[in-house]
Design a protein around this ligand. Structure first.
Ligand code: SF4
Ligand code: FES
Length: 258
């Protein structure tokens, strides 16, 4: 696709912090290269604002390669924008047309308060990880490759779950503010593998309890999370987590785990 410059209008959410009321502000940009990424376009906007002696727009980003999950923007009403299986940092301005108006908002979810402008606090996702998103066993030195047999089917599924980058789009798009897609991916990536099995029950209980305690809602099978997820995490993992949780709860009830 050949490069060209387009004119766009941005409606950007500006908010000093969680205690202040925010509002949209409108900015016009006359020469945006269609080869630039969405975040490069925001960099350009900030250069424009700084040159005008105005506050730049605060937004989250880190890797700009689709792997860190930091670029949490709602673009024209959709977390990460309208392109499927793509993070905000992978979105390019060639996805827009000359004269477009683009609305940019922060994630709107009670568990994710706005820190400033487009930046929200996603610490509750870390709280869930801290409750059990690890393997706590001494594993010694690294084994030779293939020393631990894992079937291809299980390895593939665990990799699918491990693709979650913790961006929180699933929470932002869910009318229940449910974090079950995220939590189920993080529980499943470890519960399915031999290294994670010894702590499977304890992990399932503690991560689900941490999720509930952090104020996230329940899943009611709406499916918006799967549609918005840039990594294609399947709703099947939620069903799997519910099964793992039910088994662990029954074992706890009968005293099989402490
Ligand atoms: S499940 Fe998908 S949308 Fe949710 S945090 Fe993980 S990568 Fe992001
Ligand atoms: S900035 Fe890292 S995934 Fe977008």
């Amino acid at each position: 696709m050949s490069e060209k410059n387009i004119q766009i209008t941005l409606k950007v959410w500006r908010q000093k912090d969680a205690s202040e009321t925010g509002q949209f502000e409108t900015y016009k940009m006359d020469e945006v290269s269609t080869s630039s990424s969405f975040l490069e376009m925001l960099d350009l906007l900030n250069e424009q604002l700084i040159a005008e002696d105005k506050d730049p727009v605060a937004f989250d980003h880190d890797c700009r390669e689709g792997i860190c999950g930091m670029c949490s923007l709602v673009i024209n009403g959709i977390p990460h924008g309208k392109n499927a299986l793509q993070t905000t940092c992978q979105l390019h301005m060639r996805s827009f047309s000359n004269g477009d108006t683009i609305t940019i908002e922060p994630y709107r979810s009670k568990p994710f308060p706005v820190m400033r402008d487009l930046v929200v606090d996603r610490t509750p996702l870390d709280t869930i990880m801290q409750a059990g998103g690890f393997v706590d066993q001494r594993v010694g030195a690294a084994q030779d490759a293939n020393a631990l047999p894992i079937s291809k089917e299980i390895a593939d599924k665990a990799m699918d779950a491990a693709a979650c980058i913790g961006c929180g789009a699933c929470v932002a798009v869910c009318p229940n503010a449910s974090a079950m897609l995220f939590t189920s991916a993080k529980v499943s990536q470890l519960n399915m593998l031999p290294q994670g099995k010894p702590e499977k029950d304890r992990r399932s209980l503690s991560m689900v309890n941490a999720m509930d305690g952090a104020g996230f809602g329940n899943c009611t099978n709406i499916g918006e999370c799967e549609a918005a997820c840039p990594k294609g995490i399947s709703l099947d993992f939620i069903a799997k987590m519910n099964r793992d949780y039910a088994v662990a709860s029954a074992k706890k009830f009968f005293g099989a785990i402490g």
